[in-house]
Ligand binder design. Sequence first.
Ligand SMILES: NC(=O)c1ccc[n+]([C@@H]2O[C@H](COP(=O)([O-])OP(=O)(O)OC[C@H]3O[C@@H](n4cnc5c(N)ncnc54)[C@H](O)[C@@H]3O)[C@@H](O)[C@H]2O)c1
Length: 388
Amino acid sequence: MTGPIRVALVGCGAIGRKHALAVEQHPAFALVAAVDPVEAYSAALLADHAPTSPEPAAYSTLPDALRECRIDLVVICTPSGTHLDLAQQAVDAGTHVVIEKPLDVSVTRAAAFARRAANTGKVVTVISQHRFDPASVAVARAVHDGSFGRPTSAVASVAWWRDQSYYDGGDWRGTWRLDGGGALMNQGVHTSDLLCWFLGRPVEVQATASLLAHERIEVEDTVATTIRFESGAIAVLLATTAAYPGLTARLQIHGTEGSAVIDNDRLEYFHSAKSADHHRPGGAGSVTGGAVTGNQAEAEVGFVNTPAGPHGDQDFVLGHRRQYDDIARAITTGTEPGVTVDDALLSLALVRSIYVSAAVGERISVGEVLDGKYSDVHLDVLRGTRGK
Ligand SMILES: NC(=O)c1ccc[n+]([C@@H]2O[C@H](COP(=O)([O-])OP(=O)(O)OC[C@H]3O[C@@H](n4cnc5c(N)ncnc54)[C@H](O)[C@@H]3O)[C@@H](O)[C@H]2O)c1
């Protein structure tokens, strides 16, 4: 490929604008098309992020853009339930594809797409920007290379706050058809994806969900679940958008020879009995026990948590920029991206299993959900909790 990778951005809303910024800041990419049925959104995005050369154009549909413009990479930033129809159009046109998380809202649709995407010869990947945080990379490496011994358990919580205007601000938000769920599918999915990356295949879940602090949405704003992994490890996960004023996304992972804590993407604690510093006292059981916390944790694993970046309030795109590095590498070298469609499918199946469990009130096998069982279950996860 000569010249920059020519990008069509589909969906010019909140996250589309972040992608426009990440693309603008990345020398390997050039924005050539902004696609949105609402002309004002594509126009506003191009007004802020258009390079002078090549000059990008606005389109109201993806087929229009694919027909009229030379595009190497289609980036899909539309409501979650629309992702795979658009991704299939891009695949059919022979482009590389980046899909915002989640892969889609339907496991059946996602599994069929995963089979087709495997044979395109193009890079097809899904955004999971927290897999590229240095803290996540260090913890994944420690778990996978045995530094923590046998992984035994994890405690994860996404305790955020979204006020009612967030759900009222887009008619797709909080709907099963287009959002695919609430606090877990939209907000907690990053953390559940990290759990899969760290601990491997989830096999069984038992969940409960409620709508506690919002109105006029079909989905949960609070869900708690246990997850059992193929390795035998057990995790608990809470995802909520009802934790005023909004606390952190926190993931604590434990093994027989080490543990780590990531809080809001930063490595807060790290201890491995196998590391050079294992004689340091106080590591067991306490983040404040004088072991390997804060800056020491960074030193232990050889990186520094990311400070406020050179891009100021644009720092929210730091994770996306890191993933764009990976996408550029995969496209230019013709190799697998860091996040595969199968990774995202597993992550989606975990989320759906949690919803099925909350809806039917039973322990649910993730493998059966992946195989299409329960695809017709009406996900009334709030059954019996309304009005309380
Ligand atoms: N990775 C992350 O951290 C992150 C953060 C926020 C949102 N997201 C994901 O990004 C997606 C979009 O979320 P958002 O908050 O930007 O929503 P949004 O409502 O702000 O923007 C969606 C945009 O898509 C446009 N659109 C709808 N259908 C379209 C179509 N067929 N073709 C082209 N454009 C179309 C809408 O007009 C709108 O401008 C969701 O799947 C969400 O889960 C990911």
